[in-house]
Design a protein around this ligand. Structure first.
Ligand SMILES: C[S@@+](CC[C@H](N)C(=O)[O-])C[C@H]1O[C@@H](n2cnc3c(N)ncnc32)[C@H](O)[C@@H]1O
Length: 497
């Protein structure tokens, strides 16, 4: 939902924005779900990856590290703010649930800070009320970021949004179900038993105020009839790396005394196993381990070059304009001998990111818009056995010659059936001077776009002209949507198939 809104905002002014949304979830099935949801927006400017966010690789464009303007860390949390929506979660709630996540939450926040541009803003959010997951995690992120992150005062933004200020002081219930006011009270107990760390407790009041913890925003369910949320915006004011560079990589006496800060902050360090500092492994309390690869899937490959013949055939068959950005077509089929099954169109920025990821460090689940799909064609005249996907039909229309225009009322009637014989089209068609069937016969067999315009509204669908019948490649849901839109526009009743 949040990612959808981000992508919608990015695409508000243009169909192909210069910016991109990179969405990540360590859980492979959730990442697929995310990709499925984002695909519906038909934007070429998104990429879904699945990594442990604490170690997500940096993104490069034109061989330069591309830092982000905005990052949303919607971190894994105990979710006690959702109890109203999911009362069953009460039964599973334990005090340890939140404490186990603390290191992961801090690690994700720090990795985000490393990937953020100076001047950029990151938002840390949870759907929990627990201060150890909220103010304590944020205080620790700010502390470890060593002056590079500043909490933003958002009180003048969204004035209608009711909110409570961040907490400056709190108590914590340990795994042992004892409530502690300070670390002093539990520091002599077995940490495994309590699950508590010093940084989970409130900082001294002066530090809490200096950090600006009161600018954190707590949305309470009674405020505006929602779930419980915690949100804070943090601005990067200095380069984190400059600070990290100052950290000595070798201990003063050659010993291995301390934890490597570079590894902790970036999830890797250029000295690898030879680093003289300790590489503290990702916490074993991480809720989910990222899969080792996008198993069973070939890496995304640019059609241009790797499948040049296919690209040339598609371009000549569909009559692409010279300046069509064909380097933005990608496929997952690697084997040159096989014709790619699916071809996607990505924005220029996504293309640059993919082009820089030659070692395949990014585990990409999906990106861009489905553009072409391989089909079985028996007619030898069809040199490119592909059909244009409905998802890209609107954006592709200006680029290709294989398209036929018709009257919007004919278009509307065609929605009543998926397959039409030439005779049936003649019956629907009212244009006796330039009949649709004549245009279709000039077009010849193969995939094409059928389009109509009414009151500056454009309607397009992907279709296939066979020897004597026309088939629409459009889902039932989309037929219903188009039917309703056209019925409203032309003031006619909605017809059933
Ligand atoms: C609060 S949910 C985010 C939900 C999402 N933003 C939405 O609006 O639907 C937290 C997500 O973090 C994922 N997750 C858990 N540990 C992670 C990690 N170490 N790195 C990346 N994602 C992680 C979980 O699979 C879960 O989907």
């Amino acid at each position: 939902m949040k990612t959808t809104q981000l992508l919608e905002d990015l695409s508000l002014e243009t169909n192909e924005p210069a910016g991109v949304v990179v969405a990540n979830d360590a859980d492979r099935s959730r990442a697929f779900l995310l990709a499925h949801t984002l695909k519906r927006l038909r934007s070429p400017a998104f990429m879904v990856v699945h990594h442990d966010a604490r170690q997500i690789p940096s993104v490069k464009k034109a061989k330069q590290e591309a830092l982000f303007d905005r990052i949303l860390c919607d971190v894994p949390c105990s979710g006690d703010g959702t109890l109203r929506k999911s009362p069953d979660a009460w039964a599973k709630w334990t005090p340890g649930g939140a404490l186990n996540l603390f290191k992961t939450q801090v690690g994700i926040g720090l990795r985000a800070a490393a990937l953020l541009k100076v001047g950029g803003v990151m938002v840390y959010s949870t759907c929990s009320f627990n201060p150890s997951e909220n103010e304590a995690a944020v205080a620790e992120i700010v502390r470890q970021a060593e002056g590079t992150l500043e909490i933003q005062d958002m009180s003048s933004r969204f004035p209608a949004l009711k909110r409570a200020a961040g907490m400056l002081t709190w108590k914590i219930m340990g795994r042992d179900r004892v409530i502690y006011s300070s670390y002093e009270e539990c520091k002599d107990k077995d940490a495994k038993e309590t699950g508590l760390m010093a940084s989970m407790f409130p900082p001294a009041l002066e530090e809490a105020k200096a950090i600006g913890l009161e600018h954190c925003m707590r949305l309470i369910p009674s405020h505006q009839d929602t779930g419980g949320f915690f949100i804070v915006a943090l601005k990067k004011v200095k380069d984190l790396k400059e600070q990290v560079k100052q950290v000595p990589v070798v201990g003063p006496g050659g010993e291995k005394p301390e934890i490597c800060k570079i590894y902790t902050k970036h999830g890797r360090c250029k000295y690898g196993n030879n680093c003289r500092f300790l590489h503290e492994d990702p916490e074993d309390d991480a809720p989910i381990k990222a899969q080792s690869s996008t198993k069973g899937e070939e890496p995304l490959t640019q059609l241009k070059g790797a499948h040049q013949e296919v690209l040339d055939n598609i371009k000549s068959f569909f009559g692409f304009k010279e300046d069509f950005p064909d380097s933005q077509l990608f496929t997952r089929s690697k084997d040159d001998a096989e014709l790619p099954r699916h071809i996607s169109y990505v924005s220029e920025s996504i293309m640059e990111i993919l082009a820089c990821d030659v070692r395949g460090r990014l585990k990409v689940i999906n990106c861009g818009i489905k553009a072409f799909e391989r089909i079985e064609v028996r007619d030898p005249n069809v040199k490119a056995p592909y059909r244009i996907c409905q998802e890209i039909s609107q954006s592709m229309l200006p680029w290709i010659e294989r398209k036929v225009e018709t009257d919007v009322r004919v278009f509307q009637k065609m929605l009543n059936k998926h397959v039409h014989t030439v005779g049936e089209i003649d019956e629907i068609d009212t244009d006796k001077e330039a009949p649709l069937t004549k245009k279709l016969s000039n077009l010849g067999v193969g995939s094409f776009l059928l389009h109509a315009t009414h009151e500056r509204q454009l309607f397009v669908f992907s279709a296939f002209m066979g020897k004597d019948r026309l088939q629409l490649y459009i889902s039932k849901d989309e037929v219903q949507t188009l039917k309703s839109q056209l019925a409203a526009l032309l003031d006619t009743p909605v017809t059933a198939e």
